[in-house]
Design a protein around this ligand. Structure first.
Ligand code: PLP
Length: 390
């Protein structure tokens, strides 16, 4: 199949499916064998070699979606991220990272990299100049995450890729929040794309997985460590992930559409003081968003007006679930200061602009009017009770 010419929904549905030649079933069979022949075979297959039939074929779907030559599927987003970084970094090397990063990634670097004698710099801003200033002769990787969690800050993917290329530095992007439906970093010059497939790829809050997409030679480098560190995903879950990814594009598009409506609704709501969403004109990176994203994602965050208790608001919601994690078909909200950023000190959170009133909203596929109603009703309810208490 000429993958390049296929529409995104067709890639989601069909690329990388395994033909059921035995029974002619419509979907990929699940191969749970951990033991394959070693003689008279082209490939010696073993789950921890990332090359069972289901692993190998689903990787093709991910590569097709990310416009990369190859891909690998991991047991979690952090397995994908840690293996990728450690495959390219050794003692004496240096990595430049965006300051706003997924908490687990930041912890990995801050808690482990000193032991491996890998240097790192978290840059202050998000401009290309900020990245350039942090580069050292030993820098091997520039790592970005755009849009970022939870303030949806953007990095200019094309400009950072160009800078890195000029200095022969490998670029890695965590594109979990965007998905390949929203942006294709490889087309903008990025070398390696990592995903927490626990989020939109899975999309139903029921599997943990990770993925990496890159050129065959970069994938080979990552694989040479991955097969020994062993962060592969079980074939049962690979099969679940394939099923989930068939609807990736339609889910993400519906969620993006909802998020845009909700962001506009929140921006004009009397009890909301601030909304962070790249699709709003008020977002500082809105113009950049239009150049590198097809739509604006389904993650947003907002602050309630001073005096409104964010925890009470979350408890008053009936439809939207206050819960960790994100990107399922169901809408969820979280207080980053109590969850994803709980390990940071108050000063670190203040420096990053994460207040105790900040709410991160993972917008699902429910009807937008019901989501708006839930938010409005919860705010009115707690605001009324605050007034009564006074
Ligand atoms: C959840 C997440 C991760 C980590 O993925 P796991 O599957 O939980 O290991 C990494 N990056 C981002 C942006 C995430 O949201």
């Amino acid at each position: 199949m000429a993958k390049k010419n296929l529409g995104v929904n067709t890639i989601c549905t069909h690329v990388g499916e395994i033909k059921d030649t035995q029974f002619k079933g419509a979907i990929s069979p699940m191969y749970l064998s951990t033991s394959y022949a070693f003689e008279d075979v082209d490939v010696k297959r073993y789950p921890r070699y990332f090359n069972t039939p289901n692993q190998e074929y689903l990787s093709k779907k991910i590569a097709a979606l990310e416009h990369s030559e190859a891909a690998l599927i991991f047991g979690s987003g952090m397995a994908a991220i840690s293996t990728t970084l450690l495959a390219f970094l050794g003692a004496g090397d240096h990595i430049v990272l965006q300051n706003d990063l997924y908490g687990g990634t930041r912890n990995l670097i801050e808690s482990q990299f000193d032991r491996y004698k890998i240097g790192y710099t978290f840059i202050e801003g998000t401009s290309v100049l900020d990245f350039e200033k942090a580069i050292k002769p030993q820098t091997k990787i520039i790592y970005i995450e755009t849009p970022s969690n939870p303030l949806l800050k953007l990095v200019d993917i094309k400009a950072v890729s160009k800078l890195a290329k000029s200095k022969k530095i490998v670029t890695v992007i965590d594109s979990t929040f965007a998905t390949p439906i929203v942006q294709n970093p490889i087309d903008l010059g990025i070398d390696i794309v990592v995903h927490s497939a626990t989020k939109y790829f899975g999309g139903h809050s029921d599997i943990t997985a990770g993925a990496v997409a890159a050129s065959q030679s970069h994938i080979d480098t990552i694989w040479s460590l991955a097969k020994d560190t062993g962060g592969s995903l079980s074939d049962f879950t690979v099969w679940m992930l394939e099923r989930s990814m068939k609807t990736l594009a339609i889910r993400v598009k519906a969620q993006n559409k909802n998020a845009k409506k909700i962001a506009k609704f929140l921006e004009t709501h009397a009890y909301v003081s601030k909304v962070y969403y790249p699709g709003l004109k008020s977002h500082p990176d809105h113009e950049l968003a239009k150049t590198q994203m097809r739509s604006f994602g389904a993650m947003l965050s907002f602050e309630l007006k001073e005096g409104i208790d964010a925890s009470a608001f979350l408890k008053a919601l009936k439809l939207i679930k206050p819960s960790m994690s994100l990107a399922g078909v169901e809408s969820t909200m979280i207080l980053p200061y109590l969850a994803s950023h709980a390990l940071l000190s108050q000063e670190e959170r203040d420096a990053q602009g994460i207040s105790n009133r900040l709410i991160r909203f993972s917008v699902g596929i429910e009807s937008a009017k019901d989501l708006k109603h839930d938010i409005h009703r919860a705010i009115s309810q707690i605001n009324a009770s605050t007034l009564i208490d006074n």
